[in-house]
Every structure is written in structure tokens, then in C-alpha cells.
Unconditional design. Structure first.
Length: 178
């Protein structure tokens, strides 16, 4: 192969290098679509604050969160809407970069995919409505976990997978070094 052909090949990555990312981005898009469909469905079928008991520890409800996780900063004057929107978009750009640089680490990519889909699902709410729509409520007697949605579940499961991935990666490094 000529030197010019080799330079062209290294400067123009093959589509195969990026094809694998497409499925992860498609999965993130599916999570966003599922999140938005469920939010719109509950927003149209329930009144704000209404609860429908499903199990002794689980209700469907309709709540709006102007803050972040656990209603952090929800009582502020409105600046938090744009702060969390910019934060979510910035995190999404960083996640896309991480996905690009770690294309072969499938467990890591799954975790990032879930976090990406969840972050963008909530960004869409903030831009469109000024708040995030929550509808899943878990509780036990007088203890209540904050209401959440499909996007929040994706972020949570993705974060747990990141921790698991790091533990397994470190365990593998340790096993290889001994």
C-alpha cells in the first residue's frame, strides 16, 4: 500500500469504527421516545397531584419538578430551569465524547447510553414545559421516595452500571497484574 493511501486511511476513519456507536445512539433515542410518550400520557390522563394506587408501595401520580434530583433547587425563582438545561446539554456532549473514545467497552457504553437518553429526556421537558414531568411514586408507610420518570430511571440504572463497570474493570486489572 502506498504511503499516500496509508495516510488517507488513517486520516479518514472507516465507517465501521462509528457504526457501532449508531446502535447505542439509537438505544438512547428509544429511551427518549419512551420517556416522552409516558410523560405526555400521564400529563394528559391525570390531574396534577392525583395519585392512583397500584401496589401497597407504589402509586402512579402526576407531579412537576422545577429542580433537579430530589427537587433540588425547585423552590428557586426560575433560573434553575436554564441552569439544569445547560448542565444536561453539557453532560450530553461530554457523554458523546466519552462514547466516541471508548467505542469497544460495551458495558460502559450501555451505562452512558442510559444516562444520555435520560439526561436529554429531562432536557426536553425543561425546554418545552419549564419543569420535568414525574409520575412514578414509591413509598413505604410514611416514607416516600421522590417521584420520578423513565428518564430518571435511565440515569439511575446507568450510574449504577458505571460503578459496576469500574469495579469489574479494576478487578480485571488486578487479576492481570497478579
Amino acid at each position: 500500500m502506498s504511503t499516500q493511501a496509508q495516510e488517507h486511511q488513517t486520516s479518514n476513519p472507516s465507517p465501521d469504527k462509528y457504526r457501532g456507536l449508531g446502535r447505542w445512539l439509537f438505544a438512547a433515542l428509544l429511551l427518549i421516545v419512551l420517556d416522552q410518550i409516558t410523560k405526555i400520557g400521564f400529563d394528559h390522563s391525570l390531574r396534577y397531584g392525583q395519585r392512583i394506587n397500584i401496589l401497597p408501595f407504589f402509586d402512579l401520580t402526576l407531579l412537576y419538578n422545577k429542580g433537579a434530583a430530589f427537587s433540588f433547587l425547585a423552590d428557586q425563582a426560575g433560573w434553575q430551569r436554564w441552569f439544569f438545561t445547560v448542565l444536561g446539554l453539557g453532560a450530553s456532549v461530554f457523554i458523546l465524547w466519552m462514547m466516541h473514545t471508548h467505542r469497544t467497552q460495551h458495558r460502559f457504553l450501555l451505562a452512558l447510553t442510559l444516562i444520555l437518553g435520560g439526561a436529554l429526556g429531562n432536557v426536553i421537558d425543561r425546554i418545552a414545559y419549564g419543569h420535568v414531568i414525574d409520575f412514578l411514586l414509591f413509598y413505604w408507610r410514611d416514607w416516600y421516595y421522590p417521584a420520578f420518570n423513565v428518564a430518571d430511571a435511565g440515569i439511575t440504572v446507568g450510574a449504577i452500571l458505571l460503578v459496576i463497570d469500574e469495579i469489574l474493570r479494576l478487578r480485571g486489572q488486578h487479576a492481570r497484574s497478579t
